[in-house]
Design a protein around this ligand. Structure first.
Ligand code: PGA
Length: 251
């Protein structure tokens, strides 16, 4: 039986946002009030904006997360940020293993797992991303690919509070394309089964987000599928109205 989990709608701003974006973030905070207790909202801005956003969201229904972290807590790693630094800046979570990090920076499943464990060490929730390429879906390898990524990328121990899994088909990110609801449901059920086998009852409490071209127009269809416990939103999270329009599915 699927447990009733409070949904999470997380916005991934990617490499977008300047100090002036505080106004758009403020609109998210103001618009989130009616959703308090019904859904958790999170924005993952560039790290430069985490302290200001976390301060302005304090006491609201919105939290702030990072987009990546280094596996180590400190050291000679020019340009990198430790999970501890994100926590210190006000983040409560961090995305790890996004397909753009896997593609642009060659991140492996083992590195993603180390980052997820670093997030836990720092007291952050790890949002671990997995997803197949278009060629893999066409070759009917989706579940095998997702199984491999879960096996290699997820931390050894986890709870419903400190782990979130995001299923993001690579070919659906930023393209306007989405899988059919049946395909989304199949992958989410498969991920849930993996989580239960691995973490027992806690695996039933880990939220599984769908990500890839989620918009207000398709949110109703995608976010009400069994075992879809929210969304990871890229492009549409940059506009407060669109982001809130997606979250409104849970209102
Ligand atoms: P998109 O991005 O919503 O723009 O497709 C999703 C993501 O990369 O998390």
């Amino acid at each position: 039986m699927a447990e009733k989990l409070r949904p999470l709608v997380a916005g991934n701003w990617k490499m977008n946002g300047l100090a002036a974006s505080a106004a758009e973030f403020g609109k998210v905070v103001a618009g989130a009030a009616p959703l308090a207790g019904k859904a958790d909202l999170m924005i993952c801005p560039p790290a430069t904006l985490i302290p200001a956003f976390a301060a302005s969201a304090r006491g609201s229904a919105v939290t702030v997360g990072g987009q990546d972290c280094h596996a180590k807590a400190s050291g000679a790693h020019t340009g990198d940020l430790a999970a501890e630094m994100l926590a210190d800046a006000g983040a409560v979570a961090v995305i790890v293993g996004h397909s753009e990090r896997r593609a642009d920076h060659g991140e492996t499943d083992a590195q993603v797992r180390d980052k997820a464990q670093a997030a836990h060490r720092a007291g952050l929730t790890a949002i671990v991303c997995v997803g197949e390429q278009r060629s893999e879906r066409e070759a009917r390898e989706t579940l095998a690919v997702i199984g491999r990524q879960l096996e290699g990328s997820l931390p050894d121990a986890a709870t419903g509070a400190n782990l979130v899994v995001a299923y993001e088909p690579v070919w659906a990110i930023g393209t306007g394309l989405t899988p059919t609801p049946a395909d989304v449901g199949e992958v989410h059920a498969f991920i849930r089964q993996h989580l239960r086998q691995r973490y027992g009852a806690e695996g039933g409490r880990v939220r599984i987000l769908y990500g890839g071209s989620v918009k207000p127009a398709n949110a109703g269809e995608l976010l009400t599928i069994a075992d879809v416990n929210g969304a990871l939103v890229g492009g549409a999270s940059l506009k407060a109205d669109d982001f809130l329009g997606i979250a409104a599915v849970y209102g």
